[in-house]
Design a protein around this ligand. Structure first.
Ligand SMILES: *Cc1c(COP(=O)(O)O)cnc(C)c1O
Length: 244
């Protein structure tokens, strides 16, 4: 199937996925006495085309996440007419910062002071304001200071990274982000994230974002106070099945 017919059936599929996701979020909020409007959905569109971003926009999604600059930059350009908020959620090398600051509104993966300084320099150069979340490494297995496969600052270093963000004109400390360690208990991990989030908020009261929870663990994230969920698979399907 190609053309308008395929596009309609893709839209129907994504709409159904979004309805299922909304009811999961509602149930998870209900279970812990939170309101659904306290939890925002960021659609993580990596590996999926700009046409899917348009479908999501038609369904009311305004926040879109990507994890690789090479893919995100052209997709954001293709969708420039949509007035979306772009979230960069992947590990960020300093040599990609110059490109990322052109389209990203929020960078979720700020995990070292040098990266904060580079983001500040490059954001000022293009005259943009960028909200930065300090990514917290919740994997106790990976040694302090060593970038694990999923990145993130050691919990003990999070405040200094937040301070480095705060020191940069053009950047704002937005909050924290984390990915639950593979194989661990997400509830326990997100509980630790909530403690770090509270420490950051104590110093920077406006830093209210807790970006946690993906397709497989959003309930645990909501129970621990997540304000932003990063959802790929549950909206767009299994990326392993999405080749070409
Ligand atoms: C891909 C990705 C997600 C979305 O994961 P799903 O399990 O597909 O919902 C969330 N956060 C980050 C950092 C990602 O790279």
């Amino acid at each position: 199937m190609t053309g308008p017919e395929a596009e309609r059936s893709r839209a129907g599929c994504i709409a159904a996925n979004l309805a299922t996701l909304r009811s999961r979020i509602a149930a998870a909020c209900e279970a812990v006495g939170r309101r659904v409007d306290e939890v925002a959905v960021i659609a993580v569109t990596k590996t999926y085309p700009a046409s899917d971003v348009r479908i999501l926009t038609n369904l009311g999604i305004r926040d879109v996440g990507e994890n690789r600059d090479q893919e995100a930059a052209p997709k954001a350009a293709e969708c420039a007419d949509l007035a979306l908020r772009w979230h960069f959620v992947g590990q960020l090398q300093t040599n990609k910062v110059r490109s990322v600051v052109r389209y990203a509104d929020v960078v979720h993966s700020v995990d070292r002071e040098r990266l904060a300084r580079e983001l500040g320099t490059r954001a000022r150069a293009v005259g943009r304001e960028i909200s930065c979340l300090v990514q917290v490494n919740l994997d106790p297995e990976s040694a302090a200071g060593v970038l694990g496969p999923r990145g993130g600052a050691d919990p003990r270093d999070v405040l200094s990274v937040a301070d480095a963000v705060h020191a940069e004109e053009g950047l704002a400390v937005g909050g924290v982000m984390a990915v639950a360690p593979r194989g661990g208990d997400p509830a326990e991990a997100f509980g630790r994230l909530a403690e770090v989030a509270a420490q950051v908020r104590a110093r920077y009261p406006q830093a209210t974002v807790v970006s946690a929870g993906m397709s497989g663990d959003l309930e645990a994230a909501i129970a621990s106070g997540a304000t932003h969920l990063r959802i790929g698979t549950a909206l767009l399907g299994d990326r392993a099945a999405n080749v070409g």
